[in-house]
Write a protein of this length. Structure first.
Length: 121
């Protein structure tokens, strides 16, 4: 794989991930507004999201039932996954080019990204 092909593939993945995320969030956001437009809003109290929207399993399960709030969360997860996929693809590309230093750097960055996602508040 040449550098140009790798850069083109990475660019396509980034574009596709961002566009897919935007479409999912926009459609689900529109559905959410249609479903909840008449509900009164209480700005005096803060209401957190449902607890099932804090886990990957809960988000996927809710989105599979076409719940608009879970589908919005799924779109945001797609947006977060896009740069992670890019770093993983970088590591694969560097491996194919036999560039051990950058494979190590890419895998370290990937590990930090995954660790930060798994252990965030």
């Amino acid at each position: 794989m040449t550098d140009e092909k790798l850069e083109s593939l990475i660019g396509n993945i980034l574009r596709t991930g961002v566009m897919a995320s935007a479409v999912v969030v926009a459609v689900a956001g529109g559905l959410y507004l249609i479903q909840h437009y008449a509900e009164p809003v209480h700005y005096g109290t803060f209401q957190m999201e449902n607890s099932n929207l804090r886990t990957l399993h809960g988000i996927v399960a809710g989105a599979s039932r076409l719940r608009s709030d879970a589908t919005i969360q799924l779109g945001l997860l797609l947006l977060i996954a896009t740069p992670i996929a890019r770093v993983a693809l970088d590591a694969i590309g560097f491996y194919l080019e036999r560039d051990r230093l950058y494979v190590g750097v890419s895998l370290t960055v990937l590990a930090v990204l995954i660790f930060s996602l798994m252990h965030s508040a």
